[in-house]
Write a protein that binds this ligand. Structure first.
Ligand code: NAD
Length: 375
């Protein structure tokens, strides 16, 4: 048996090496694609090409008796690697005649990422950090684009100091809230203004498929190239008005982060043995723990600022708190029928999304399980 197994394992090793060689070949080809795209200013993420390619591979896999999801998983993972390396060849510069790009807060987490992306696209980037205000007039005098990316609670004060920009300079910000910063930018500057919210953190490997929300201030024709530049970086652009954005963020950010915060506090006070919890975890609990735990690996000021950025956020959290209490009353009353009734009504409200979310999360959970190393 040992000899038979060893023989089969040798063959598996040999096939794995071939897969490795083919992967290296694929990555090298994609690198060449990156160079061509960079020269011609094509976005690194091409959704139609990606969808068509995956559909063909799934069909071919089926014919070979290979599960279609397997080839899709492998290719998607490979493409993620390729997107990250495509930026190494740089990006086409859509506005080569632009004067300098000044990133206010450019040594911070998100500022650094954007400064690097602008540099990779051939722009002349200057940083205006917290200690550089003595030199601000000189830095801003020849700015063609100013990007404000400072902590939320300092944003309005910093924008107020930008009243001397050249008339045709584009002023934008990357703040996680939009209404107040956008209004402040419109008040202080008469030229083109756009509010931006990158829906990702500084740890993304590339901007491929990442969403950048944009709220028009004024002068769309003058700043349109900036949105096109983001698309070349791979980002997906999402236009929205600032008030609507902030309303959405009440649920997407404030309530989400707050419930993680409260869950983390609760765990700390219950003080379970985390390593034992992980050993006992189902993949979904492991994911939940990761979602909660990752919050506490980040900057408390950023999350405090996001949650405290509007009274609407706090009202939303209070309503959630009330409903949590109402749901708890069902349990205290041992009201199983009431629980089932609420469950069914909520399930009906989710409608077809329930099935969609089941399918999406199943794939995610399988991946989470793949990544677990038990020993
Ligand atoms: P950060 O604290 O890492 O960086 C902020 C930078 O601003 C620091 O370098 C700081 O020294 C600098 N700064 C402070 N005061 C300044 C001043 N007066 N003048 C010039 N520079 C000053 O914060 P961050 O996480 O990069 O967040 C920056 C902005 O990006 C925030 O508005 C935040 O809402 C937004 N944002 C952050 C993320 C994220 O995940 N980090 C995601 C989306 C949006």
């Amino acid at each position: 048996m040992a000899v038979e197994l060893a023989h089969l394992r040798d063959q598996i090793d040999s096939v794995d090496k071939q897969i490795l060689t083919l992967l290296a070949q694929r990555l090298a080809l994609v690198e060449q694609v990156g160079e061509v795209k960079s020269r011609h200013g094509l976005p690194i993420y091409a959704p139609d090409r990606e969808a068509a390619m995956l559909a063909s591979r799934r069909e071919e896999a089926q014919k070979l008796g290979v599960p279609p999801q397997l080839i899709e998983d492998i290719l998607r993972r490979t493409m993620r690697e390729s997107y990250a390396s495509e930026k190494d060849s740089g990006f086409k510069c859509l506005q080569p005649q632009l004067r300098s790009v000044v990133v206010v807060g450019g040594r911070g987490q998100l500022g650094k990422l954007f400064a690097r992306m602008f540099e990779l696209s051939g722009y002349q980037v200057k940083i205006l950090g917290s200690q550089d205000w003595d030199n601000a007039d000189a830095l801003l005098a020849d700015a063609g684009l100013v990007v404000v990316t400072v902590p939320i609670h300092l944003t309005l004060g910093v924008i107020d100091r930008l009243s001397n920009l050249p008339d045709d300079c584009i002023l934008c910000d990357l703040t996680s809230v939009k209404s107040a910063p956008l209004q402040a930018m419109l008040n202080v500057h008469s030229g083109p203004v756009v509010g931006l919210h990158p829906m990702f953190g500084p740890d993304v490997p590339s901007l491929a498929k990442q969403v950048i929300v944009h709220c028009d201030g004024r002068g769309r024709e003058q700043y349109q190239w900036l949105l096109d530049q983001f698309a070349i970086w791979g980002a997906s652009l999402c236009p929205i008005n600032a008030e609507e954005h902030d309303r959405g963020m009440t649920l997407i950010q404030a309530l989400r982060h707050f419930t993680s915060f409260a869950y983390g506090l609760h765990l700390r006070q219950e003080n379970p043995d985390l390593s034992q919890l992980l050993t006992l975890s189902s993949p979904i609990y492991r994911l939940e723990l990761a979602m909660v735990g990752r919050l506490f690996g980040q900057d408390p000021h950023l999350y405090g600022d996001i949650i405290l950025s509007s009274a609407d956020n706090i009202e939303m959290i209070k309503r959630f708190h009330r409903r949590f209490g109402e749901a708890l009353q069902l349990l205290e009353a041992q009201d199983k029928a009431g629980f089932v009734e609420q469950f069914s009504q909520t399930s009906a409200w989710f409608g077809d999304y329930s099935a969609q979310f089941m399918a999406e999360s199943q794939n995610l959970l399988k991946q989470a399980n793949d990544n677990i190393q038990r020993g």
